[in-house]
Design a protein around this ligand. Structure first.
Ligand code: 5GP
Ligand code: ZN
Length: 119
């Protein structure tokens, strides 16, 4: 039995507000959105972070990313969007199952600054 929360969401054992799902990946709303419409995209197979992804898994994640970004854009009408991905605690990773963040951006005071832009 896994103790990984994202594996449990992927398996339907924990509730998730699902935006997209296919055989290999699932996208769901972040439980603590940093901005309105914050979505996470994960592989259904447990992979800790980018170091563990196969090329095929990485390809598929980015193959579906544009349609997920467009769905968020259509639903929430943000002014922009950050795609962010953290690897390792030192980089801010808190859940150790690979996830790509889609963070819609509304303006400079919307509550989110990428770590490389925190002046
Ligand atoms: P990290 O810091 O690892 O890049 O991001 C982890 C993200 O997972 C955070 O944005 C956090 O709000 C989100 N998160 C943590 N636990 C849950 C959960 O149980 N459900 C959902 N939907 N998101 C979660
Ligand atoms: Zn997992």
């Amino acid at each position: 039995m896994t103790s990984c929360i994202f594996c449990k969401i992927a398996a339907g054992e924990l509730p998730g507000e699902i935006l997209y799902e296919d055989e290999h990946v699932i996208a769901f709303m972040d439980i603590m959105p940093v901005t309105k419409g914050h979505v996470l995209l994960i592989p259904k197979t447990h992979r800790e972070n980018v170091y563990d992804l196969t090329s095929a898994e990485a390809s598929h994640l980015f193959a579906v990313a544009p349609s997920i970004a467009n769905a968020i854009k259509d639903a929430f009408k943000p002014a922009g969007m950050n795609l962010v991905q953290n690897n390792g605690a030192a980089a801010g990773q808190a859940v150790f199952h690979f996830h790509l963040h889609f963070v819609p951006r509304y303006d400079e005071t919307d509550g989110y600054r990428p770590t490389w832009d925190q002046k």
